[in-house]
Design a protein. Structure first.
Length: 166
Protein backbone atom coordinates (compact mmCIF):
# COMPACT_ATOMS: atom_id res chain seq x y z
CA UNK A 1 0.00 0.00 0.00
CA UNK A 2 2.96 2.32 -0.20
CA UNK A 3 1.74 3.66 -3.56
CA UNK A 4 -1.42 5.15 -1.99
CA UNK A 5 -1.39 8.94 -2.03
CA UNK A 6 -3.08 9.56 1.31
CA UNK A 7 -4.92 12.83 1.81
CA UNK A 8 -3.19 15.56 3.75
CA UNK A 9 -4.99 17.21 6.67
CA UNK A 10 -6.01 20.11 4.39
CA UNK A 11 -7.21 17.71 1.68
CA UNK A 12 -9.22 15.75 4.29
CA UNK A 13 -10.85 19.01 5.44
CA UNK A 14 -11.74 20.02 1.85
CA UNK A 15 -13.02 16.53 1.03
CA UNK A 16 -15.23 16.35 4.11
CA UNK A 17 -16.49 19.90 3.63
CA UNK A 18 -17.40 19.13 0.02
CA UNK A 19 -19.15 15.85 0.88
CA UNK A 20 -21.05 17.42 3.77
CA UNK A 21 -22.25 20.30 1.59
CA UNK A 22 -23.32 18.03 -1.27
CA UNK A 23 -25.05 15.55 1.03
CA UNK A 24 -26.87 18.18 3.09
CA UNK A 25 -27.91 20.14 0.00
CA UNK A 26 -29.22 17.04 -1.76
CA UNK A 27 -31.05 15.87 1.37
CA UNK A 28 -32.61 19.32 1.79
CA UNK A 29 -33.84 19.38 -1.82
CA UNK A 30 -35.23 15.87 -1.49
CA UNK A 31 -37.09 16.76 1.74
CA UNK A 32 -38.48 19.94 0.15
CA UNK A 33 -39.80 18.05 -2.87
CA UNK A 34 -41.25 15.26 -0.72
CA UNK A 35 -42.95 17.75 1.62
CA UNK A 36 -44.28 20.14 -1.02
CA UNK A 37 -44.91 17.84 -3.99
CA UNK A 38 -44.97 14.28 -2.68
CA UNK A 39 -42.12 13.13 -4.90
CA UNK A 40 -38.46 12.34 -4.26
CA UNK A 41 -35.79 14.30 -6.10
CA UNK A 42 -34.98 11.27 -8.27
CA UNK A 43 -38.52 11.33 -9.69
CA UNK A 44 -38.34 15.08 -10.19
CA UNK A 45 -35.11 14.65 -12.17
CA UNK A 46 -36.76 12.04 -14.40
CA UNK A 47 -39.71 14.32 -15.08
CA UNK A 48 -37.36 17.24 -15.84
CA UNK A 49 -35.27 15.16 -18.25
CA UNK A 50 -38.39 14.02 -20.09
CA UNK A 51 -39.88 17.52 -20.16
CA UNK A 52 -36.73 18.90 -21.78
CA UNK A 53 -36.47 16.21 -24.45
CA UNK A 54 -38.00 16.31 -27.91
CA UNK A 55 -41.54 15.02 -27.77
CA UNK A 56 -41.19 14.72 -23.98
CA UNK A 57 -39.89 11.17 -24.54
CA UNK A 58 -36.56 9.38 -24.24
CA UNK A 59 -35.13 5.93 -24.69
CA UNK A 60 -34.70 4.35 -21.28
CA UNK A 61 -30.92 4.12 -21.71
CA UNK A 62 -30.67 7.83 -22.53
CA UNK A 63 -32.88 8.66 -19.57
CA UNK A 64 -30.68 6.55 -17.29
CA UNK A 65 -27.61 8.44 -18.51
CA UNK A 66 -29.23 11.84 -18.04
CA UNK A 67 -30.40 10.93 -14.54
CA UNK A 68 -27.09 9.29 -13.59
CA UNK A 69 -28.98 6.13 -12.73
CA UNK A 70 -28.60 2.42 -13.30
CA UNK A 71 -31.09 0.90 -15.71
CA UNK A 72 -32.69 -1.21 -12.99
CA UNK A 73 -33.10 1.74 -10.61
CA UNK A 74 -34.52 3.86 -13.42
CA UNK A 75 -36.91 1.11 -14.48
CA UNK A 76 -38.21 0.83 -10.91
CA UNK A 77 -38.67 4.61 -10.68
CA UNK A 78 -40.42 4.80 -14.05
CA UNK A 79 -42.77 1.99 -12.95
CA UNK A 80 -43.73 4.11 -9.91
CA UNK A 81 -44.20 7.16 -12.14
CA UNK A 82 -46.41 5.08 -14.45
CA UNK A 83 -48.63 4.16 -11.48
CA UNK A 84 -48.95 7.89 -10.72
CA UNK A 85 -49.98 8.47 -14.33
CA UNK A 86 -47.03 10.81 -14.84
CA UNK A 87 -45.05 8.66 -17.32
CA UNK A 88 -46.09 6.15 -19.98
CA UNK A 89 -43.79 3.50 -21.37
CA UNK A 90 -43.99 2.22 -24.92
CA UNK A 91 -41.98 -0.16 -27.05
CA UNK A 92 -38.96 1.14 -28.87
CA UNK A 93 -39.70 0.96 -32.61
CA UNK A 94 -36.09 0.09 -33.51
CA UNK A 95 -35.61 -2.59 -30.85
CA UNK A 96 -38.47 -4.58 -29.37
CA UNK A 97 -36.44 -5.39 -26.24
CA UNK A 98 -36.16 -1.74 -25.25
CA UNK A 99 -38.67 0.89 -24.31
CA UNK A 100 -39.27 4.60 -24.38
CA UNK A 101 -40.50 6.65 -21.43
CA UNK A 102 -42.85 9.50 -22.24
CA UNK A 103 -44.00 12.30 -19.96
CA UNK A 104 -47.79 12.46 -19.80
CA UNK A 105 -49.80 15.66 -19.50
CA UNK A 106 -50.45 14.76 -15.86
CA UNK A 107 -46.71 14.32 -15.32
CA UNK A 108 -46.00 17.66 -16.93
CA UNK A 109 -48.60 19.28 -14.66
CA UNK A 110 -47.05 17.63 -11.57
CA UNK A 111 -43.64 18.91 -12.64
CA UNK A 112 -45.00 22.42 -13.25
CA UNK A 113 -46.51 22.40 -9.77
CA UNK A 114 -43.30 21.12 -8.11
CA UNK A 115 -40.85 23.35 -10.00
CA UNK A 116 -41.39 26.71 -8.23
CA UNK A 117 -40.69 25.28 -4.76
CA UNK A 118 -37.68 23.33 -6.00
CA UNK A 119 -36.21 26.31 -7.83
CA UNK A 120 -36.81 28.47 -4.77
CA UNK A 121 -34.91 26.00 -2.59
CA UNK A 122 -32.03 25.82 -5.07
CA UNK A 123 -31.90 29.60 -5.32
CA UNK A 124 -32.01 30.24 -1.57
CA UNK A 125 -29.50 27.54 -0.59
CA UNK A 126 -27.03 27.82 -3.49
CA UNK A 127 -27.24 30.96 -5.58
CA UNK A 128 -28.19 33.37 -2.78
CA UNK A 129 -25.38 32.22 -0.46
CA UNK A 130 -22.55 32.46 -3.01
CA UNK A 131 -20.97 35.48 -4.64
CA UNK A 132 -20.80 35.70 -8.45
CA UNK A 133 -17.09 34.85 -8.20
CA UNK A 134 -17.83 31.78 -6.07
CA UNK A 135 -20.49 30.66 -8.53
CA UNK A 136 -17.97 30.95 -11.37
CA UNK A 137 -15.49 28.89 -9.36
CA UNK A 138 -18.15 26.31 -8.52
CA UNK A 139 -19.02 26.03 -12.21
CA UNK A 140 -15.38 25.48 -13.17
CA UNK A 141 -14.90 23.00 -10.33
CA UNK A 142 -17.99 21.01 -11.34
CA UNK A 143 -16.83 20.90 -14.95
CA UNK A 144 -13.33 19.77 -13.91
CA UNK A 145 -14.68 16.97 -11.72
CA UNK A 146 -17.16 15.85 -14.39
CA UNK A 147 -14.46 16.02 -17.04
CA UNK A 148 -12.19 13.84 -14.94
CA UNK A 149 -14.94 11.22 -14.79
CA UNK A 150 -15.98 11.45 -18.46
CA UNK A 151 -14.00 8.40 -19.63
CA UNK A 152 -15.69 6.24 -16.99
CA UNK A 153 -19.10 7.61 -18.01
CA UNK A 154 -18.36 6.91 -21.68
CA UNK A 155 -17.43 3.32 -20.82
CA UNK A 156 -20.71 2.80 -18.94
CA UNK A 157 -22.69 4.20 -21.91
CA UNK A 158 -20.82 1.91 -24.32
CA UNK A 159 -21.60 -1.12 -22.12
CA UNK A 160 -25.30 -0.19 -22.08
CA UNK A 161 -25.37 0.16 -25.87
CA UNK A 162 -23.58 -3.18 -26.28
CA UNK A 163 -26.32 -4.79 -24.16
CA UNK A 164 -28.89 -3.49 -26.66
CA UNK A 165 -30.80 -1.27 -24.27
CA UNK A 166 -33.16 0.90 -26.26
Amino acid sequence: MSDVRWLSADEQRVWRSFMTAVTRFTEHLDRQLQRDSGMPMAYYEILVALSESEGRALRMSELADLCHSSRSRLSHAVAKLEKQGWVARRACPSDRRGSIAELTDAGFAALAEAAPGHVGAVRSHLFDVLTPEQLGSLDRIGQAISGGLSSECAQVRAEREAEGDC
